[in-house]
Ligand binder design. Structure first.
Ligand SMILES: *[C@@H]1O[C@H](CO)[C@@H](O)[C@H](O)[C@H]1NC(C)=O
Ligand SMILES: *[C@@H]1O[C@H](CO)[C@@H](O)[C@H](O)[C@H]1NC(C)=O
Length: 120
């Protein structure tokens, strides 16, 4: 019995890991642009969602600057242990005054990201 359970767990983790590699190319953590001298951290925002069985969950976060704002860098980094989640830019970003970031969980997992927007 114990052996069966252990085998099941190994199989599950392995298939999720390979799925994450395919889905996660260039996506797992987001890093766009560079922080230059004189840039400020315009916003830091946390997005958190607990795991939900059999479900892929996502959430969008939008930062809007004013008409003088120029974004120089956008990062989204998983907090704590990895949950195989992904983050990418949906709209705006470096060179724009606003940015929309989407974070998405792996199936059956949650996500916990910290999103930083740098610029001036
Ligand atoms: C994403 O960033 C976190 C925190 O720095 C790190 O632990 C994790 O390994 C990174 N994930 C990938 C796929 O690079
Ligand atoms: C516009 O946004 C910038 C940050 O990008 C801020 O430093 C500046 O004070 C804002 N200007 C106005 C008029 O709100």
């Amino acid at each position: 019995m114990k052996f069966t359970i252990a085998l099941l767990i190994v199989t599950t983790v392995a298939s999720l890991a390979s799925g994450a590699v395919v889905q996660g190319i260039g996506r797992s953590n987001l890093s766009q642009g560079y922080v230059y001298p004189g840039d400020r951290l315009l916003t830091r925002h946390y997005l958190y969602q607990p795991a939900r069985p059999n479900t892929i969950q996502y959430q969008d976060y939008t930062y809007r600057g004013n008409y003088t704002t120029r974004i120089s860098a956008v990062t989204a980094t998983e907090v704590g242990y990895t949950q195989y989640a992904s983050a990418w830019v949906l709209a705006g970003g470096v060179g724009y005054s606003s940015v929309t970031v989407r974070v998405q969980s792996a199936k059956g997992y949650g996500f916990y990201f910290v999103i930083d927007v740098w610029g001036r």
